[in-house]
Design a protein around this ligand. Structure first.
Ligand code: FES
Length: 164
């Protein structure tokens, strides 16, 4: 099906995706799928809609199902609204044996939300994630692009206080 690519996204988003497409051979546009999803997700306040995933598929000449497969496999893609600060708490083995449960309890009590939820003011959301590769600093969490390691409830408090 022919797609009018000028109607997809806005000029700035298309330019950003194009810069990723240019990194790969001309017939491997689909290699830009992950960065394209990241760019589009950021432009939509941190989450993807079916329409946006369809637009990415059309832009990269991919079947929509192939884009959905990527977007639902990796935990950095969201499919419902998230908070301004997305807290991703690792609950995998190293973090588990280093007491991530107490960090989760602390976050739950402090923010009044559990995994998969957003605070009423839209400031924070909480997500359970698998190993983020920082096992040496367990227990750990990611907020935005930053990793926070060797967490204690007190350290969590000071981190959250710094955020707007
Ligand atoms: S188990 Fe938590 S970062 Fe690896």
């Amino acid at each position: 099906m022919a797609v009018d690519k000028n109607t997809l996204f806005n000029e700035e988003i298309r330019a950003e995706i194009d810069s990723w497409i240019a990194k790969y051979p001309a017939d491997w546009k689909q290699s830009a799928c992950m960065p394209a999803l990241t760019i589009v997700q950021e432009s939509n306040g941190g989450w993807l809609t079916s329409e946006l995933m369809d637009d990415v598929a059309a832009y990269l000449d991919m079947p929509p199902i192939a884009v959905y497969e990527v977007a639902t496999f990796y935990s950095m893609y969201e499919h419902k609204p998230v908070g301004r600060h997305k807290i991703c708490l690792c609950t995998n083995v190293s973090c588990l044996i280093n007491n991530c449960d107490s960090i989760y309890e602390h976050l739950k009590n402090k923010l009044g939300i559990g995994f998969g939820e957003v605070t009423g003011d839209g400031r924070f959301s909480l997500k359970e994630v698998e190993c983020l590769g920082a096992c040496g600093g367990a227990p750990m969490m990611q907020i935005g692009d930053k990793y926070y390691e060797n967490l204690t409830p007190e350290i969590v408090d000071s981190i959250l206080e710094e955020l707007d």
